[in-house]
Design a protein around this ligand. Sequence first.
Ligand SMILES: CC(C)(COP(=O)(O)OP(=O)(O)OC[C@H]1O[C@@H](n2cnc3c(N)ncnc32)[C@H](O)[C@@H]1OP(=O)(O)O)[C@@H](O)C(=O)NCCC(=O)NCCS
Length: 162
Amino acid sequence: MTSAPPSWRIQALAKRPDLIPALAEALWECWGAVFPEKTVAVRTAGLHARTNPDRLPTTVVATATDGALLGTASILFDDMETRPDLNPWLATVFVMPGQRGHGLGAALCAAAEAEAWRLGVPRLHLYTFDKRGYYAALGWRDLETVDYAGQPTAIMVKDRPV
Ligand SMILES: CC(C)(COP(=O)(O)OP(=O)(O)OC[C@H]1O[C@@H](n2cnc3c(N)ncnc32)[C@H](O)[C@@H]1OP(=O)(O)O)[C@@H](O)C(=O)NCCC(=O)NCCS
């Protein structure tokens, strides 16, 4: 017997603001050790500020057929406060631990990028500590390597498709 392929729905967080508490907790669990200043309360406020369906900053969420949270990605400003010259950013790309490896991360990136292109963004940036290869496979290219949060960090860019 073969198992059914995973299915999900990706939509703007503006359509599912009820997911914000679970999302803030999940992001804290994932990155709390690296960015302790981004508490659940700080992340909750940040997510509320991204419930914009037609302007940046914005967040997309993936849900299962039963409506449960599966993952997220955002387009936001000043993700790397040491580089205010680079904006906007693809950020907080996250898939719930039990849901990884089925293409959802790529689908979330594509959905967030599509929203940025739709809103007229010419170039997106991201930074990553350890997923450079992952993003390169998704069409991102290296811009610089910097020290950030005490770690060597790749800054990558992607241009709006012509
Ligand atoms: C990164 C993340 C979003 C990917 O989500 P996902 O749904 O598993 O992603 P996809 O299914 O689209 O891609 C998984 C593939 O990427 C590969 N991959 C994962 N990390 C990688 C890396 N650092 N370099 C290269 N490939 C990588 C996996 O091996 C897998 O390959 P396969 O499809 O050949 O098996 C998820 O692992 C996650 O939420 N991680 C914690 C948060 C995080 O690190 N976010 C990125 C911050 S920059």
